[in-house]
Structures are given as C-alpha cells and as structure tokens.
Design a binder for this molecule. Structure first.
Ligand code: 5GP
Length: 119
C-alpha cells in the first residue's frame, strides 16, 4: 500500500484547502504556492502515487481530470487565451507530492514549455 500524502487529507477535508471542485472521482484545489494567476491541482480521489502506477482501472478518474480541467479553465476565464496542464513523474519530472496531480496553469503567457534548454 502506498503511503498517503497531504493530498488525501485535503480530499477528506481534514486540512484546509481552497477546493474549487469535487465529485466522486476527483478533487481540484488551488496550489498553495501558485506559479501563475491560475494554478489549480486536479487529483484523483484514490491514491495513485505516480504515473508509473496507473492501471486501466484508473482510466475513468484520469479522464475526468481532463474534463474537469476544461470546466475549471472556463470558470476561471482562461479557456480562450489558453493554459497548460502538467503531470510530473518522479525525480526527473520534479514530482514532490506522491499522489498523482495535474497542474492547471494559466492567466498569463507561460512561455516555452521547459524552463531550460539542452534536452
Ligand atoms: P509537484 O512538484 O509534485 O508536481 O507539485 C506539487 C505541488 O503541490 C506544488 O506546486 C506545491 O506548491 C503543491 N502543494 C504542496 N503541498 C500543498 C498543500 O498542502 N496544499 C496545497 N494547496 N498545495 C500544496
């Protein structure tokens, strides 16, 4: 069994978070350290530590993460200008919290996809 992270407590509303959306499959809340005017994390309610742990049983929740991202982008008024969805995996991906999450970033031009070149 994977170890729970702080995100499980946010899902269960045991610790405070600015939750903008929740249903039976996913929860979305504002990032505590926003890197853009809109920075929201969308997560499955079940604990999946990384993309490496995903199975076919997770496809419904993972698909819901995208449809919820689109809905929130519309609500935030950033759909037309555009935004970025990011899922980091493990060390090289820069993952810090081991409960899969999709970053929804927008509200300004986000520049090139990667912050440094040479890849
Ligand atoms: P990662 O680097 O794992 O892709 O992103 C983790 C994200 O979770 C970071 O952007 C970080 O600011 C955010 N985060 C970490 N702990 C908390 C928390 O307790 N509450 C909220 N709202 N965001 C958090």
């Amino acid at each position: 069994m994977a170890e729970e992270t702080i995100f499980s407590k946010i899902i269960r509303r045991e610790i405070p978070a600015d939750i903008v959306y929740q249903d039976e499959l996913v929860t979305a809340f504002r990032d505590i350290a926003p890197q853009a005017p809109t920075h929201i994390l969308i997560i499955p309610n079940v604990l999946i530590p990384t993309v490496n742990h995903v199975t076919v049983e997770d496809e419904l929740a993972l698909g819901r993460m995208i449809t919820v991202a689109a809905k929130i982008a519309e609500q935030e008024g950033i759909a037309e200008d555009g935004y970025r969805l990011i899922v980091n995996c493990n060390r090289h991906g820069g993952q810090e919290v081991f409960h899969i999450h999709m970053h929804l970033l927008g509200g300004r031009s986000l520049g090139p996809m990667l912050s440094h070149k040479g890849i």
